[in-house]
Design a binder for this molecule. Sequence first.
Ligand SMILES: NC(=O)C1=CN([C@@H]2O[C@H](COP(=O)(O)OP(=O)(O)OC[C@H]3O[C@@H](n4cnc5c(N)ncnc54)[C@H](O)[C@@H]3O)[C@@H](O)[C@H]2O)C=CC1
Ligand SMILES: O=C([O-])CC(=O)C(=O)O
Length: 260
Amino acid sequence: MKIGLIGCGNIGKFLLQSLNCDGFLPDSRIETVYMRKKQSFKELSERYGSHFCDDFGDFLQSDIDLVIEAATIQAVRLYARTVIEHGKDLLIISVGALADNGLFKQLKQLSELKGNKIHLPSGAIGGLDVLKATQLTGQLESVTITTRKPAASLTDKAVDNELTLFDGPAFEAIRQFPKNINVSIILSLAGLGAEKTKVRIIADSNVTKNIHCIEATGPFGKFNLNIENNPMPNNPKTSYLAGLSILSTLKCRHEALEIG
Ligand SMILES: NC(=O)C1=CN([C@@H]2O[C@H](COP(=O)(O)OP(=O)(O)OC[C@H]3O[C@@H](n4cnc5c(N)ncnc54)[C@H](O)[C@@H]3O)[C@@H](O)[C@H]2O)C=CC1
Ligand SMILES: O=C([O-])CC(=O)C(=O)O
């Protein structure tokens, strides 16, 4: 699989290392990277063996089948349509962009029309299989996620113990915390939507991990998931699992046997 990557930050470099240097998926390689800091091209290209470019047209013309977005919600708004219009599959990790129902529908319709796939990995959480199964049959009544991160990842304010920064629906949570609560939107897409999915965000001066606690209830029963994620070394806002979930999504893409 020939991959194009948008964004070369924390997750982007993790993917370059995993695919191009460590060979975790022997049939997949990042061929081209679109990023804006031209001064790092030479060094990065020597390290990872990919072609780096700052012209989006050149990026799309390069020999790639699938584009991975690992940048920002704004980058999804800017580039997702064009990627699909050019007949490429797309994997989005800044999935918070899809809280915008209009954009979500547009991308879905466009990919159906072009015969391309859009992959939305589970990111820094799990349990989406439970939400999808229960939602499909009207068995899901409530979904809540409580996210607790080291205070400095969420606020400049001094926090003594803990401070609840947000308590409300997912669509508003992602508007206020676009770099910290993409997980609430993948939950919304799998379950009850961004208006009914409830979110609490807590800045905690006593934790070093990114902790997500998910509760779902309905006639099916009750579901609880508590995940304590180690952060990525260079961006403590982002959990290591988010990068791993992209590798897993890539691996499953063409497999005959599907688990879960
Ligand atoms: N779905 C999930 O569970 C998770 C999603 N994320 C999201 O994944 C994304 C990437 O995370 P990190 O790598 O940790 O962030 P990062 O901040 O380390 O890297 C993002 C990179 O994208 C670049 N960038 C920004 N706008 C761009 C544009 N228009 N075109 C090209 N490059 C652009 C930045 O210069 C930066 O180098 C973020 O949006 C983050 O919020 C992070 C963790 C979990
Ligand atoms: O990485 C995490 O734990 C969650 C996160 O930043 C996000 O959902 O945007």
